[in-house]
Ligand binder design. Structure first.
Ligand code: B3K
Ligand code: ZN
Length: 876
């Protein structure tokens, strides 16, 4: 694939007025007839040809105003259809007929068939695998869709918009027609046909319109869709209340399919979901599954305004819809659950996924300026960092002006294909604030590093903070400008109150937000009676790395007393990280591992503080992960030493808190009727965190084995199984539990994915053999993305010691898998390959092995553009 540059953007030469699509569905020979009405754009060259995108198409007919097109007027070359000699003025109709083989479509892009269900995935460039089209997000038009299919195998015929009507159609067939009155780009097109069960409900919008809600799932799975329906209704209500956004069609449909490359897709009025993010009941879904379903249902629904009504001018603007929509779903979940705990989970995810991306060879700006394969830009940088950038706008402007800016955006750009500049302009116009320096967040890659030092002058009552900011170099960007970094802060005094400075000099301060804008900045606070403990970046107001040598005692003060619970968690993790890094160093040098008693004391004190919500205490107990320690260590990493060191620290905490953990384990048992609400989930999280420590303290599998046997819900059951497998992999209790789990859930693929993941993340060098053995299991299916992610993906992403074996066998295995998956499903292969994005941070022996594995992949024959793009960037 060639490189696409943002600077080359220009509108199409022709305007597409409308399209009528007719599908005659057949498993191997589906006929698609597309009738498109065009006219030449004003100002376009009078001899400009019409150039349409295709991808592996089999075109069987081409008509101009209903008559076969003369052969000399068109060419079909390199996946492009070019039509010449078109009128200068007036509308004309082009009809393209193609034949598609949905059964053979293993890429799961375009029209494919899974478990007898026809479905489509068009974002980003899947529509061109259906027919020749202006397959780009700035071409919006209205669609009419006619679907003809076998009545018996496809009683259900769905597409976007409103149902127009249907009837019998010849022998054994029927048809249905749909019309979507909202102009949309092709990536939002969807078609689903098959035999599915349905859960129905309705929602009355704020203006009193009734919307039919339908969730389609495989027959028999209807009861497992009720939580998704509940989440959908809450999302619709929330978007009205918080963003003033009302739904706009008479019907909203969700279809759950089992073969899907990602989480879900926001097609207009017809969302298609990975069934993992729809189906849940207490016996088969964990609290995390419920939370994910709630978030993703909301996310896709929220796209109706941020993505569909206002879409992207081009794919460089992807964060316009994704970053903003993630921000919206984060806010939704925060309102539905505990805001503080939600924020901690978000930051954990950002740091473990986005920070490494931003620090490695795949780093790119939130709004990139070039790409080779757009599917590789659906990244945590575009999504999660994009969300953080939106959050910072809200922080800088304050809630009221942020709302004003959002309202202006909806009003000004409804129906548009917009850009990031359009978006930012709305906030500038609404607030009168210049956001040009702030916009660097969209354009400069890399996580800014802010180094802070402090001084206190008792005699003058002056407290001083000195800041220095630096944005590290990233691929293609060596020199960076200073950024506008909004830091929420507080000055804590010993008596538990907060200092209220008489004056602050050296930086703009609005409310509790300090605005850093210069490379170096010194800020003084006067009228401070005693030495304060400063709490910085409360709520993670800016996605940065903060280096501030605060004493463990000051951090412990924050961890126990800050009014911001995120800051409390951050402070505890800031005490823990240096301990864990030192422990890793000592483990590597075979030196003795010491742990600061303050860390363990604070940890145990918070865990035992009954005034705090259980979910928060569970987050505190989950010390920084091995990956967090690796990031903090920063290079020359030895995953074995990191684990050994972390285990030693955990052991100290486990023994010190053993009595408390036993009490927490008993007291937080949510017996009887499972409910997925956040409070109950928090209790289970705390109980299971305690179980993890108890397994270390007790050194026996008995307690976890009993917890497994008596569990009455999947959260507790899978947590106990994880403790058994990860702590006691060779115990007979573990073998028995794994087998019981397999036998009970063998016919539920989503639960079996947990069985695969739990085993593929068993730490240590034996993991690879286990993964290889599991791949031979009849329950494994390498053509199903969820299965491959659960086993191969989880092994590579989430088993640091198992994957990063010093002999390089883990990397060779991955190379082998990537080369095998790529020809069938390039997107899946490319995504799993990103697990090696931090390979340069490994110590020499491992990084040499990693390099060899990457070279093996790069040398593969007929690599997809997805995989070759990733591997080449990783090798650069
Ligand atoms: N917009 C889709 C992602 C499409 C990915 C294409 N490779 C789901 C979402 O972000 O809501
Ligand atoms: Zn999205």
């Amino acid at each position: 694939g060639r490189i696409i540059n943002l600077a080359d953007y220009r509108p199409t030469d022709f305007v597409l007025e409308r399209v009528d699509l007719t599908f005659e569905l057949d498993p191997t020979e589906t006929k698609c007839t597309s009738r498109m009405l065009f006219h030449r754009r004003e100002g376009a060259a009078t001899d400009a040809p019409l150039v349409l995108d295709g991808d592996e198409l089999n075109m069987t007919g081409l008509l101009y105003d209903g008559m076969p097109m003369e052969a000399e007027r068109f060419t079909e070359e390199d996946d492009v259809l070019t039509i010449r000699e078109l009128p200068e003025t007036g509308s004309f109709e082009i009809t393209v007929e193609t034949v598609i083989n949905p059964e053979a479509n293993t890429q799961l892009m375009g029209l494919y068939r899974t478990n007898g269900i026809y479905c489509t995935q068009c974002e980003a460039e899947g529509f061109r695998r259906i027919t020749y089209f202006y397959d780009r997000p700035d071409v919006l038009c209205v669609y009419t869709v006619n679907i003809i299919a076998d009545k018996e195998s496809c009683p259900l015929l769905l597409s976007n918009g409103n149902f127009l009507g249907g009837a019998g159609y010849g022998e054994g067939k029927h048809f249905a027609a749909w019309f979507d009155p909202h102009p949309k780009p092709s990536y939002l097109f969807a078609l689903v046909a098959g035999d599915l069960g349905v859960v129905e409900d309705s929602f009355t919008t704020m203006s009193g319109r009734e919307v039919a809600l339908k969730i389609y799932v495989e027959h028999g799975k209807e009861p497992r869709a009720s939580y998704a329906m509940d989440a959908l209704k809450r999302s619709m209500k929330w978007d009205e209340e918080v963003f003033g956004r009302e739904y706009d069609l008479d019907i909203f449909m969700i279809v759950a399919v089992s073969d899907f490359n990602m989480g879900a897709m926001e097609n207009k009025g017809l969302n298609v979901f990975n069934d993992k993010y729809v189906l849940a009941d207490p016996d088969t879904a964990t609290d995390a599954d419920y939370a994910n379903i709630e978030a993703i249902i909301a996310h896709e629904y929220f796209h109706n305004w941020t993505g569909n009504r206002i879409t992207c001018r081009d794919w460089f603007q992807l964060c316009l819809k994704e970053g903003l929509t993630v921000y919206r779903d984060h806010e939704f979940s925060a309102d539905q659950r505990s805001r503080a705990v939600k924020r901690i989970a978000e930051v954990r995810h950002l740091k473990s996924e986005q920070f490494p991306e931003d620090a490695g060879p795949l780093a790119h700006p939130v709004r990139p300026t070039k790409y080779r394969e757009i599917n590789n830009f659906y990244t945590t940088t575009v999504y999660e960092k994009g969300s953080e950038v939106t959050r910072m706008i809200a922080t800088i402007l304050g809630a009221e002006l942020f709302k004003k800016g959002m309202d202006l955006y909806f009003e000004r750009h409804d129906g548009d294909a917009a850009t990031i500049e359009d978006f930012v302009k709305c906030f500038e116009d609404a607030s009168g604030r210049d956001l040009s320096q702030f916009s660097l967040w969209y354009h400069q890659a890399g996580t800014p590093l802010v180094t802070v030092s402090s001084a206190y002058d008792q005699a003058k009552g002056v407290f001083t903070l000195s800041f220095e900011q630096m944005v590290p170099p990233t691929p293609g960007q060596s020199a960076k400008e200073p950024m506008h970094i909004p830091l929420r802060f507080g000055l804590l005094l010993a008596d538990g109150t907060e200092a209220e400075p008489q004056a602050i000099e050296g930086a703009e301060v609005t409310g509790d937000v300090l605005h850093l804008t210069q490379r170096q900045q010194t800020v003084t606070f006067s009228g401070i009676p005693t030495r304060p403990v400063v709490t910085l970046n409360r709520g993670f107001s800016a996605p940065i790395n903060l280096h501030f040598e605060q004493s463990p005692a000051d951090l412990a003060h924050i961890a126990r007393h800050d009014s911001d619970f995120f800051a409390r968690w951050q402070a505890l993790s800031d005490i823990a990280l240096p301990n864990l890094v030192a422990a890793a160093r000592n483990a590597r040098n075979a030196a003795e591992i010491a742990v600061d008693p303050l860390l363990v004391d604070t940890l145990v004190a918070i865990a035992g503080d009954e005034t705090l919500e259980p979910a928060f205490r569970a987050q505190i107990l989950a010390l920084p992960s091995e990956a967090d320690v690796a990031r903090e260590h920063g290079g020359n990493n030895d995953p074995d030493a990191i684990r050994t060191g972390r285990e030693a620290v955990m052991a100290v905490a486990a023994h010190k808190g053993a009595e408390l953990f036993a009490a927490l384990f008993d007291r937080n048992h949510t017996k009887g009727g499972f409910t997925p609400d956040a409070a109950s989930a928090g209790k289970r999280a705390l109980r299971n965190a305690a179980l993890g420590y108890l397994a270390i303290a007790e050194g026996r599998p008995d307690r976890a084995a009993k917890a497994f046997e008596t569990a009455d819900n999947m959260t507790d059951m899978s947590a106990a199984l994880t403790v058994l497998a990860h702590r006691f992999p060779d115990a007979p209790e573990t073998a028995a539990a794994l087998e019981a789990f397999r036998a009970r859930f063998a016919d539920n693929a989503l639960v079996i994915d947990k069985w695969f993941s739990i085993q593929s993340t068993i730490p240590g060098h034996g993991a690879l053999e286990r993964v290889r053995t599991l791949m031979e299991s009849p329950l494994f299916n390498r053509s199903n993305p969820n299965r491959v992610r659960a086993l191969v993906g989880t092994f590579a992403f989430a088993n640091p010691t198992g994957f990063n074996r010093a002999d390089g066998a883990g990397y060779r295995f991955l190379a082998e898998q990537i080369l095998e998956i790529d020809p069938k499903n390039p997107q899946l292969a490319a995504r799993i390959l990103t697990s090696m994005r931090s390979w340069r941070a490994l110590e020499d022996v491992r990084s040499d092995h990693a390099l060899n594995a990457l070279r093996t992949i790069a040398a593969g024959e007929k690599l997809s553009s997805d995989v070759s793009d990733i591997v080449e960037r990783m090798l650069k």
